[in-house]
Design a protein around this ligand. Structure first.
Ligand SMILES: [Zn+2]
Length: 381
């Protein structure tokens, strides 16, 4: 039992991040873990975070949707959590996967404002409508996770409905996210680098500068939300582009490409940070797709794909599914992936910009709560 729970927690770990390009909703961890009515269990449980993430994936009809969690520092020693759960949350905090704060205040809503994300909360946010008009003007931007028949469901605070809606990044968010920031506090997990070689820094998960969370704006100055100190400007943030892997008509995961970080995609790429497709492939697709099949790079703002496979791949210009439009990409060949283009590794296994991948098959959720994906899904012919 204990072993299975830690596997579930590992799966949940893959769905928390502070990366502005990948997070799909904002929530307050201390609030979510106390939704006792979701399962009638202990006063606090980290598994409820997994239930809410699953509900989000169902609503967005996409697998692997990460959430941006703000965490009150008291939670790291909350006696209502198991010691294992506390240890897991501390690890997330150390790795900068969640944002730990002495006093979260309105930070959850601020992050949602800066990034244009929906907020998942039962707390009324009406009091902040003056500063953040979208809280009441955009239905679906604030949703309460509530018990539902097949797991948690959402109820929008304004206008009913149940689908989380994203907006645009606020002008302040666009400005803040165009720069990199440094926290003067040594070993800061969110805006690290300021301390210069502390042991804490060495233990950090290496984070691309493009993945830095949004600073907090205090008195108009970019501030570290964790340490409350003013951040230093460390130059322009590297360009980035988000791509998505779709298998069998469903987006399985998104990934970020930056100029200093190419991405290898395949059945099981050797490179750290490679995008592993194996778990979603049937036997034929597994045989066809190489361990490393294609490499994506971002060069002066253009996405370049290079085939590194044995069998080759193809491009579907403008996402066209007509066979006559498919352009073969032979092994070792490169090509610019233009807006709307889709790279196809095998029929039904495609990579492109997430907003441009046409909607596909009905959604069969891949639960974060399942201990491990054991069934390879069948691809449509
Ligand atoms: Zn800091």
């Amino acid at each position: 039992m204990r072993f299975e729970i830690s596997k579930v927690l590992d799966a949940i770990e893959g769905r928390v991040c502070t990366d502005p390009s990948l997070a799909r909703a904002v929530l307050d961890l201390a609030e979510v873990i106390r939704y006792q009515d979701l399962d009638g269990g202990r006063p606090a449980s980290l598994l409820r975070l997994g239930m809410v993430i699953d509900a989000l994936a169902r609503e967005l009809e996409e697998d692997s949707v990460p959430v941006y969690a703000v965490v009150h520092r008291a939670l790291l020693s909350d006696a209502d959590l198991t010691s294992n759960e506390r240890m897991v949350v501390r690890r997330w905090a150390d790795d900068g996967l969640v944002e730990v704060l002495d006093n979260p205040g309105d930070r959850m809503v601020e992050v949602a404002d800066l990034l244009g994300l929906p907020v998942l909360t039962r707390v009324r946010t009406d009091g902040l409508r003056g500063r953040y008009p979208w809280l009441v003007e955009q239905p679906g931007r604030v949703l309460a996770p509530v018990p539902g028949a097949g797991g948690p469901a959402f109820v929008a605070h304004v206008g009913g409905g149940h689908t989380p809606v994203s907006g645009d990044r606020s002008p302040a968010g666009v400005k803040l996210l165009s720069r990199q920031w440094r926290c003067p506090e040594p070993g800061c997990a969110l805006f690290g680098g300021g301390g210069g070689g502390s042991f804490a820094d060495l233990a950090r998960v290496e984070r691309s500068p493009a993945a830095q969370p949004p600073p907090s704006l205090r008195g108009g100055a970019p501030t570290c939300p964790r340490h409350g100190v003013r951040l230093g400007d460390a130059g322009p943030r590297p360009r980035s582009e988000v791509l998505a892997v779709r298998v069998g008509g469903l987006i399985r995961r998104r990934f970020v490409l930056t100029e200093d970080r190419p991405a290898l995609v395949g059945r099981a790429p050797d490179q750290a940070g490679g995008i592993v497709l194996g778990q979603w492939l049937n036997d034929e697709a597994r045989r066809w797709i190489s361990r490393s099949h294609v490499r994506f790079e971002l060069r002066v703002g253009e996405v370049i794909v290079t085939d590194v496979s044995t069998n080759g791949s193809g491009i579907r210009p403008g996402g066209s599914m007509a066979e006559s439009d498919r352009v073969p990409l032979a092994p070792k060949q490169s090509r610019v992936v233009a807006e709307g283009d889709m790279v196809e590794l095998y029929p039904g296994v495609q990579i492109g910009r997430p907003g441009e991948l046409p909607a596909g098959a009905p959604y069969t959720p891949n639960s974060v709560m399942a201990e491990a994906p054991t069934m390879a899904m069948r691809l449509p012919r």
